[in-house]
Design a binder for this molecule. Structure first.
Ligand code: FE
Length: 206
């Protein structure tokens, strides 16, 4: 039986229009995300088969495939929840205060996050995360689906910068995609992740 499964979207494919089209959302969820789920399950099966035979000759391939596809499954599962047709313009409460504390202002954070997204070389994600070791908000560029991740971070807000996420709507004008995307950010979801991330501290300190 498959371990990983494709989650339902919390809204219709057309719900994020005009910022992200139904065509992109349908392909993105039903084809791309589904392929990561299938890939992650296939990698787990390959590892189970390797354990059974004791033949670990292809372990590097299996581990790479698991990291890539499980990364894709995880990233998209968060990304869908990070968006809503009823987006607020900006966060409030503890999250807003933390953004001010660690980035100076919400506008400064937006500038840094957009630059992080637009500066990616190749496919990847811009991420706002809680660094549980130093208890700070940080941004970073997640490359492909699994690279360049500081391991003690908890993802709060993720922006898919793979071409499949925007090309049908925005062609090569990534800046317009990022600008439009702010309109559909689900700050309530980001704030809830931020609140839960506070409990992560003890897991990563000595
Ligand atoms: Fe994607």
């Amino acid at each position: 039986m498959a371990i990983y499964s494709l989650p339902e979207l919390p809204y219709d494919y057309a719900a994020l229009e005009p910022h992200i089209s139904a065509r992109i959302m349908q392909l993105h969820h039903n084809k791309h995300h589904a392929a990561y789920v299938a890939g992650a399950n296939a990698a787990l099966e390959a590892l189970a088969a390797a354990r059974e035979t004791g033949d670990f000759a292809a372990i590097n391939l299996h581990e790479k495939n698991l990291a890539f596809h499980l990364g894709g499954h995880t990233n998209h599962s968060i990304f869908w929840q990070n968006m809503t047709p009823d987006g607020q313009e900006r966060p409030d409460g503890d999250l807003a205060a933390a953004i001010d504390e660690f980035f100076g202002s919400f506008e400064a954070f937006q500038g840094q996050f957009a630059a992080t997204a637009l500066g990616l070389q190749g496919s990847g994600w811009a991420v706002l995360a809680w660094d549980a070791l130093s208890r700070r908000l940080v941004t970073f560029q997640l490359t492909d689906q699994q690279g360049n991740i500081p391991v003690a971070t908890v993802p709060l807000l993720m922006l898919d910068m793979w071409e499949h996420a925007f090309y049908l709507d925005y062609l090569n004008v990534k800046g317009d995609y990022v600008k439009a995307w702010w309109n559909v950010v689900n700050w309530e979801d980001v704030a809830a992740r931020f609140a839960r991330a506070q409990n992560f501290h003890g897991l990563v300190t000595a």
